[in-house]
Design a protein around this ligand. Structure first.
Ligand SMILES: Cc1cc2nc3c(=O)[nH]c(=O)nc-3n(C[C@H](O)[C@H](O)[C@H](O)COP(=O)(O)OP(=O)(O)OC[C@H]3O[C@@H](n4cnc5c(N)ncnc54)[C@H](O)[C@@H]3O)c2cc1C
Length: 482
């Protein structure tokens, strides 16, 4: 539910005082670029902050570096089924996302019944398909004991359901009593009796958080799984997507703000001075406001000049917090090659194909409209080093080598490297070992007149809902401070 904050009249009482401090502003720029609150970034967190601040009576402006809204929510509407290159599933507990979809007139579809097909996949190691029936006795199966019967992608969710150190109390992740768990996933796996070869299979291939088990905190991963399991507990078999793609939601939020959203405004500098703050863009334009809400992901904020410099733990967090390496390719097949070779549609590989997942988003729940290939960690690095056309050819050749029935039938219709994109510099935030302990109290602290939002500052949620949570919090902060 949205909260209404203090009245516009109450907010404007402070305007006279702020006016005196704004005398450093050059007059011709004022009318176009001044506001009570300037929000940097038209992703979910920035848009939520903008609406909440506006609902509370503040005059807002949003500046966005890209030529579109949505940030890390990106729907590929020119590919059948509108696959997502960014934020995917909206869980049953995503109250703010569901509320925003309803408020801005975006229909949500329950896509849960399609999920089983997405996860139908063959294991491929060293370029060879290993059938489920062969796996238990296969020489590459390094698992021990009961794990030997599990496919490599199965132990992780099982361990994080049955041995999750946070249990169902996912919010404990930011409580100092949990900081003993702020060690690497690698160390946590060792404490659970896994050896190096098992960790390699169960975690490091197609690594969802970090580039390996060494560079991610087990506290963050425990939180992610415990919170994810909570979504399923709320309403089993409910995962939503925006009709026409999830990007319909930020698009509708941005549209409702009208000409208050300015695109192609890449911020290169942020200054906080007295009772004002200003953002300078690459095109030379300067936007000023009493308060700035900055939603730039930390990895991208490293390229923005902050004046004054952000000190202490928060400054270190901006410089060092981890980020997921991820490149995606989206393949459309001219013919259903998977019906010819009898293999499951998806592939889970240790090679260039990465984790290839069917996208069943046609009229019927079993109609496969495209495939999304997730290239993570070091494989994302390797692909990003190639020219895009070469990378696409190599990826198609990789699929064809595994399943000859696909030869000549594939086209890469979508390609997105999140880490080479200067407005994200990676995918979701990765809390590295020790960083929850060192940074959790600091990431969202206001810095002069600059407040911060973005999924990396969320406490109780992750992903899209975390972004919304953080935008709501930042709007409350500025409304109280204005
Ligand atoms: C492939 C992928 C899959 C995902 N799957 C899921 C999922 O299933 N469920 C889920 O909940 N979440 C998922 N997420 C995560 C989710 O999409 C993000 O956490 C969320 O959208 C982040 O929102 P944000 O507002 O914090 O950041 P962003 O969306 O990154 O918004 C920040 C905005 O700031 C802008 N910006 C950056 N730098 C500048 C600058 N210098 N000047 C001006 N503007 C700037 C950016 O262009 C962007 O619009 C996924 C993300 C990806 C990429």
């Amino acid at each position: 539910m949205r909260t209404r904050f203090i009245s516009r009249r109450g907010l404007l009482q402070t305007a006279a005082a702020a006016g005196a401090a704004s005398s450093f502003i050059s007059k011709p720029l004022r009318a176009a670029t001044e506001s009570d609150v300037l929000i940097i970034g038209a992703g979910l967190s920035g848009l939520r902050a903008a609406h909440d601040a506006q609902d509370g009576g503040a005059k807002v402006q949003v500046i966005e570096g890209r030529n579109r809204a949505g940030g890390r929510v990106l729907s590929l509407t020119d590919i059948p089924g509108n696959p997502e290159a960014g934020g995917n599933g909206i869980g049953a507990g995503y109250g703010r996302m569901i509320d925003s979809a309803q408020r801005f007139g975006v229909e949500l579809m329950n896509i849960a019944e399609r999920a089983p097909l997405i996860f139908q996949r063959e294991l491929v190691l060293d370029g060879k398909v290993i059938k489920e029936s062969e796996w238990a006795d296969h020489p590459r199966n390094a698992f021990k004991g009961p794990m030997k019967k599990m496919m490599p992608w199965q132990p992780m969710p099982l361990l994080m359901s049955t041995k999750n150190p946070l249990g169902k109390n996912y919010e404990d992740w930011y409580d100092p009593k949990s900081f003993g768990l702020d060690v690497s996933m690698h160390d946590w796996f060792l404490s659970q009796g896994l050896d190096e070869a098992s960790i390699e299979l169960a975690y490091n291939i197609n690594c969802e958080h970090g580039a390996s088990a060494h560079d991610v905190s087990s506290l963050m991963v425990a939180f992610t799984y415990s919170w994810g399991n909570m979504q399923r507990d709320i309403l089993p078999r409910a995962t939503y997507a925006g009709k026409g793609g999830n990007q319909s939601i930020p698009n509708a939020m941005a549209k409702a703000l009208g000409d208050k959203v300015h695109y192609k405004k890449a911020v290169v500098g942020i200054r906080s001075d007295g009772n004002m703050a200003e953002a300078t863009c690459a095109d030379g334009s300067v936007y000023r406001a009493k308060k700035i809400i900055c939603s730039i992901p930390f990895a991208a904020l490293r390229n923005v000049k902050m004046d004054p410099v952000v000190p202490g733990a928060q400054g270190r967090a901006i410089k060092t917090m981890g980020v997921q390496k991820l490149t995606q390719s989206h393949i459309v097949a001219k013919k259903p090659f998977w019906t010819e070779d009898g293999l499951k549609p998806g592939l889970w590989t240790d090679g260039i194909v990465g984790n290839m997942m069917a996208q069943p988003f046609g009229q019927k729940p079993d109609e496969i409209t495209s495939f999304t290939l997730w290239h993570r960690g070091w494989m994302a690095d390797q692909i990003d080093r190639m020219p895009e056309a070469e990378a696409k050819k190599a990826i198609i050749a990789g699929v064809e080598a595994i399943r000859p029935s696909a030869k000549g039938k594939l086209e890469v219709r979508g390609f997105k490297s999140w880490q080479t994109d200067p407005f994200s510099c990676g995918d979701w935030a990765i809390w590295q070992p020790g960083q929850v302990r060192d940074f959790i109290q600091h990431v969202a602290k206001p810095h002069g007149n600059v407040h911060f939002c973005g999924e990396h500052t969320a406490l109780s949620n992750r992903g899209m809902e975390g972004a919304m949570e953080s935008g709501e919090r930042a709007a409350q902060e500025v409304l109280q401070a204005l």
